[in-house]
Design a protein around this ligand. Structure first.
Ligand code: GRF
Length: 200
Protein backbone atom coordinates (compact mmCIF):
# COMPACT_ATOMS: atom_id res chain seq x y z
CA UNK A 1 0.00 0.00 0.00
CA UNK A 2 1.79 3.06 -1.30
CA UNK A 3 1.41 5.63 1.46
CA UNK A 4 2.11 9.33 1.87
CA UNK A 5 2.43 11.03 5.24
CA UNK A 6 1.40 14.69 5.26
CA UNK A 7 2.90 16.91 7.94
CA UNK A 8 3.25 20.56 8.91
CA UNK A 9 5.51 20.55 11.94
CA UNK A 10 7.78 18.65 14.29
CA UNK A 11 6.85 15.18 13.01
CA UNK A 12 6.97 12.99 16.10
CA UNK A 13 4.08 10.93 14.76
CA UNK A 14 5.92 10.59 11.46
CA UNK A 15 8.95 9.37 13.42
CA UNK A 16 6.82 6.73 15.17
CA UNK A 17 5.43 5.59 11.81
CA UNK A 18 8.90 5.31 10.26
CA UNK A 19 10.16 3.39 13.29
CA UNK A 20 7.24 0.98 13.00
CA UNK A 21 7.99 0.53 9.30
CA UNK A 22 11.63 -0.20 10.11
CA UNK A 23 10.52 -2.75 12.71
CA UNK A 24 8.23 -4.32 10.10
CA UNK A 25 5.10 -3.66 12.12
CA UNK A 26 3.28 -1.50 9.57
CA UNK A 27 1.66 -4.41 7.75
CA UNK A 28 1.77 -4.00 4.00
CA UNK A 29 2.43 -0.28 4.16
CA UNK A 30 5.21 1.31 2.18
CA UNK A 31 5.88 4.94 3.08
CA UNK A 32 6.91 6.37 -0.27
CA UNK A 33 6.48 10.08 0.36
CA UNK A 34 6.50 12.66 3.14
CA UNK A 35 4.85 15.89 2.07
CA UNK A 36 4.86 19.11 4.06
CA UNK A 37 2.94 22.33 3.52
CA UNK A 38 5.55 24.11 5.60
CA UNK A 39 9.18 24.33 4.43
CA UNK A 40 10.33 24.77 8.04
CA UNK A 41 8.73 21.56 9.30
CA UNK A 42 11.15 19.63 11.51
CA UNK A 43 9.54 16.43 10.29
CA UNK A 44 11.22 16.90 6.92
CA UNK A 45 14.60 16.24 8.54
CA UNK A 46 13.21 13.11 10.16
CA UNK A 47 12.02 11.90 6.73
CA UNK A 48 15.37 12.66 5.12
CA UNK A 49 17.24 10.81 7.87
CA UNK A 50 15.15 7.76 6.94
CA UNK A 51 15.92 8.34 3.26
CA UNK A 52 12.32 9.03 2.39
CA UNK A 53 11.32 11.10 -0.58
CA UNK A 54 10.08 14.51 0.56
CA UNK A 55 8.02 17.22 -1.09
CA UNK A 56 7.17 20.73 0.03
CA UNK A 57 4.08 22.54 -1.20
CA UNK A 58 4.19 25.74 0.80
CA UNK A 59 0.74 26.94 1.69
CA UNK A 60 1.99 30.50 2.06
CA UNK A 61 3.17 30.92 -1.54
CA UNK A 62 0.15 29.75 -3.50
CA UNK A 63 -3.56 30.27 -3.41
CA UNK A 64 -5.51 27.49 -1.76
CA UNK A 65 -6.77 25.79 -4.94
CA UNK A 66 -3.40 25.88 -6.68
CA UNK A 67 -1.63 24.57 -3.62
CA UNK A 68 -4.06 21.71 -3.18
CA UNK A 69 -3.97 20.70 -6.82
CA UNK A 70 -0.17 20.69 -6.65
CA UNK A 71 -0.38 18.30 -3.71
CA UNK A 72 -2.82 16.09 -5.64
CA UNK A 73 -0.54 16.05 -8.64
CA UNK A 74 2.42 14.92 -6.53
CA UNK A 75 0.32 12.21 -4.87
CA UNK A 76 -0.97 10.96 -8.21
CA UNK A 77 2.48 11.06 -9.76
CA UNK A 78 3.74 8.86 -6.91
CA UNK A 79 0.76 6.50 -7.26
CA UNK A 80 -0.24 7.10 -3.66
CA UNK A 81 -3.03 4.81 -2.47
CA UNK A 82 -3.32 5.87 1.16
CA UNK A 83 -2.74 9.15 3.00
CA UNK A 84 -1.89 9.71 6.65
CA UNK A 85 -2.37 13.17 8.10
CA UNK A 86 0.13 13.41 10.95
CA UNK A 87 -0.11 16.95 12.25
CA UNK A 88 -1.07 18.34 8.84
CA UNK A 89 -2.49 21.79 9.57
CA UNK A 90 -4.72 22.31 6.58
CA UNK A 91 -8.34 21.56 5.79
CA UNK A 92 -8.72 19.48 2.65
CA UNK A 93 -11.42 20.28 0.10
CA UNK A 94 -14.28 17.91 -0.67
CA UNK A 95 -12.79 17.43 -4.16
CA UNK A 96 -9.53 16.22 -2.62
CA UNK A 97 -11.29 13.96 -0.11
CA UNK A 98 -13.56 12.43 -2.76
CA UNK A 99 -10.49 11.43 -4.79
CA UNK A 100 -9.24 9.42 -1.80
CA UNK A 101 -12.58 8.39 -0.29
CA UNK A 102 -12.00 6.39 2.92
CA UNK A 103 -8.28 6.38 2.15
CA UNK A 104 -7.21 9.30 4.32
CA UNK A 105 -6.75 9.02 8.06
CA UNK A 106 -5.95 11.62 10.70
CA UNK A 107 -4.76 11.60 14.30
CA UNK A 108 -6.43 14.01 16.70
CA UNK A 109 -5.36 14.66 20.31
CA UNK A 110 -8.73 14.18 22.03
CA UNK A 111 -11.42 11.57 22.35
CA UNK A 112 -13.61 12.65 19.46
CA UNK A 113 -16.34 13.77 19.16
CA UNK A 114 -15.21 15.79 22.18
CA UNK A 115 -12.92 18.73 21.51
CA UNK A 116 -12.52 18.83 17.73
CA UNK A 117 -10.47 21.56 16.07
CA UNK A 118 -7.43 23.39 17.37
CA UNK A 119 -5.92 23.19 20.87
CA UNK A 120 -7.82 20.05 21.79
CA UNK A 121 -5.70 19.50 24.91
CA UNK A 122 -6.43 23.03 26.17
CA UNK A 123 -10.12 22.54 25.45
CA UNK A 124 -10.04 19.38 27.57
CA UNK A 125 -8.28 21.15 30.46
CA UNK A 126 -10.62 24.15 30.26
CA UNK A 127 -13.64 21.84 30.38
CA UNK A 128 -12.23 19.96 33.37
CA UNK A 129 -12.63 16.45 31.96
CA UNK A 130 -10.92 13.69 33.92
CA UNK A 131 -10.16 11.56 30.89
CA UNK A 132 -8.96 12.57 27.46
CA UNK A 133 -6.88 10.82 24.82
CA UNK A 134 -6.43 10.50 21.10
CA UNK A 135 -8.41 9.33 18.11
CA UNK A 136 -7.48 7.99 14.70
CA UNK A 137 -10.32 8.55 12.27
CA UNK A 138 -11.12 8.54 8.60
CA UNK A 139 -11.12 11.98 7.05
CA UNK A 140 -14.43 13.19 5.70
CA UNK A 141 -15.65 16.60 4.66
CA UNK A 142 -16.54 17.62 8.19
CA UNK A 143 -13.39 18.36 10.16
CA UNK A 144 -12.62 15.80 12.91
CA UNK A 145 -15.92 13.99 12.38
CA UNK A 146 -15.14 10.96 10.20
CA UNK A 147 -15.57 7.32 11.26
CA UNK A 148 -13.45 6.47 14.30
CA UNK A 149 -10.90 3.69 13.81
CA UNK A 150 -9.08 3.59 17.15
CA UNK A 151 -9.05 5.57 20.37
CA UNK A 152 -6.91 5.49 23.49
CA UNK A 153 -7.65 7.30 26.72
CA UNK A 154 -5.32 8.93 29.23
CA UNK A 155 -6.04 10.44 32.63
CA UNK A 156 -6.22 14.19 33.07
CA UNK A 157 -4.97 15.53 36.39
CA UNK A 158 -6.12 18.82 37.89
CA UNK A 159 -2.54 20.07 38.14
CA UNK A 160 -1.75 19.25 34.49
CA UNK A 161 -0.29 21.98 32.29
CA UNK A 162 -1.29 21.96 28.65
CA UNK A 163 2.14 20.57 27.79
CA UNK A 164 1.98 17.80 30.37
CA UNK A 165 -1.36 16.63 29.04
CA UNK A 166 -0.26 17.00 25.41
CA UNK A 167 2.88 14.91 26.10
CA UNK A 168 0.88 12.20 27.85
CA UNK A 169 -1.52 12.02 24.91
CA UNK A 170 1.32 12.14 22.37
CA UNK A 171 2.92 9.00 23.81
CA UNK A 172 -0.32 7.17 23.04
CA UNK A 173 -0.60 8.75 19.58
CA UNK A 174 2.76 7.21 18.71
CA UNK A 175 1.33 3.74 19.39
CA UNK A 176 -2.16 4.28 17.97
CA UNK A 177 -1.35 5.78 14.58
CA UNK A 178 1.08 3.04 13.39
CA UNK A 179 -1.42 0.44 14.62
CA UNK A 180 -4.24 2.01 12.58
CA UNK A 181 -2.04 2.21 9.48
CA UNK A 182 -1.09 -1.42 9.82
CA UNK A 183 -4.73 -2.51 10.21
CA UNK A 184 -5.67 -0.52 7.14
CA UNK A 185 -2.92 -1.99 5.00
CA UNK A 186 -3.99 -5.49 5.99
CA UNK A 187 -7.55 -4.79 4.87
CA UNK A 188 -8.85 -5.03 8.42
CA UNK A 189 -10.80 -1.76 8.45
CA UNK A 190 -14.25 -1.71 6.91
CA UNK A 191 -16.34 1.40 6.67
CA UNK A 192 -20.12 1.22 6.84
CA UNK A 193 -21.93 4.54 6.48
CA UNK A 194 -20.46 6.60 9.30
CA UNK A 195 -18.75 3.80 11.22
CA UNK A 196 -15.41 2.05 10.86
CA UNK A 197 -15.21 -1.57 11.96
CA UNK A 198 -12.13 -3.68 12.62
CA UNK A 199 -12.48 -7.13 11.12
CA UNK A 200 -10.22 -10.06 11.89
C1 GRF B 1 -0.36 15.76 17.24
O1 GRF B 1 -0.75 16.11 18.54
C2 GRF B 1 -1.55 15.31 16.44
O2 GRF B 1 -2.52 14.66 17.21
C3 GRF B 1 -2.10 16.60 15.91
O3 GRF B 1 -0.97 17.37 15.60
C4 GRF B 1 0.11 16.97 16.44
C5 GRF B 1 1.26 16.62 15.54
O4 GRF B 1 2.43 16.36 16.26
N1 GRF B 1 -2.98 16.37 14.78
P1 GRF B 1 3.72 15.82 15.52
O5 GRF B 1 4.05 16.80 14.40
O6 GRF B 1 3.41 14.47 14.97
O7 GRF B 1 4.80 15.79 16.56
Amino acid sequence: MRTAVLISGRGTNLEAILKAEEEKSLGKTKIVLVLSNNPEAKGLEIAQRSHKQTAIVDKKNLDYCEQESEILEILEHNKIEFIVLAGFMQILSSNFISKYKNKIINIHPSLLPSFPGLKAQKQALDFGVKISGCTVHIVTETVDEGPIILQKCVEVYSEDSEKELADRILREEHVLLPKAISLFSLGKIQVYSNKARIVE
